[in-house]
Design a protein around this ligand. Sequence first.
Ligand code: DX5
Ligand code: ZN
Length: 222
Amino acid sequence: MQPIIAPSILACDFTKLAEEIHFVDQSTADWVHFDVMDGVFVPNISFGLPILKAVDKLTDKILDVHLMIVQPEKYVEAFREAGADIITVHYEASTHLHRTLQQIKATGAQAGVALNPHTPVSVLFDVLEDVDLVCLMSVNPGFGGQKFIYRTLHKVEELKNEIITRNLKTKIEIDGGVGLQNAEKLLQAGADVLVAGSAIFKAANRQDVITRMQNIGREKMI
Ligand code: DX5
Ligand code: ZN
C-alpha cells in the first residue's frame, strides 16, 4: 500500500512559513505534521495554537498534531478548534490515557498516542481498540535532524502483528530520522505513515523525495 507521507514543518524555513505550507499543500504529500513542544516534556520549545490556526488557513491537508507537552488533556479542545485533524499525545505524559483518548474522539479528531524510544509497544495493548494512530518515536523527541534508532523496526513489527491479529485499523506512524535511507525497511516492517522533516525540507528537490517515498510503497504492492 502507498504510505502516507507527513512532512514535519519543524524543519521548514519559518521566515517564509506561508510559502513552505503552500509547498506542502501543492505537493503529493498527504498530511502536515505539526510538532508542539513545551520545554518541559521535551528540552525544546517550538510553536503552538496561533501558528496552527494560521497553518489551517493555508492548507486543506490533514493536520497531524503531535503534542510533546505535559498534561496534554488540558489543550485537546483548543488544538481541535485551531484545526487539528489528528491529535497525538505522549503515553509518557498521560496519566489517564484511556480518558484522554475518549476526550480527543469526543472533539471529532482522530486519537493518536506517541511512544518514546524506550517505551515498549505492549503498554498500549489494553487501549489499542481506542487508538487511531500509534506514533513510534525513532529519535528522542525534542529536535529535528537526529539519527534514526534502528531498534524501532522491531517495534513496528511487533505492533503490526498485534494490529493484524485483532483486525484493527490503527495506523503506525514513524517519527524521527526518517528518509529515503530507511523508508523501505520501515514500510516492509509495517509502517503506514512516514513523518519526514529534514529529509524533505533540506532536500534540493523536495517533491522528488516525497515521490520517491511514495513509490517505495507502490513497488511493494507489485
Ligand atoms: C521530533 C519531532 C519530529 C521531527 C522529525 O521531536 O517529533 O517530528 O520534526 O524531524 P526529522 O525528520 O528531521 O528527524
Ligand atoms: Zn513529531
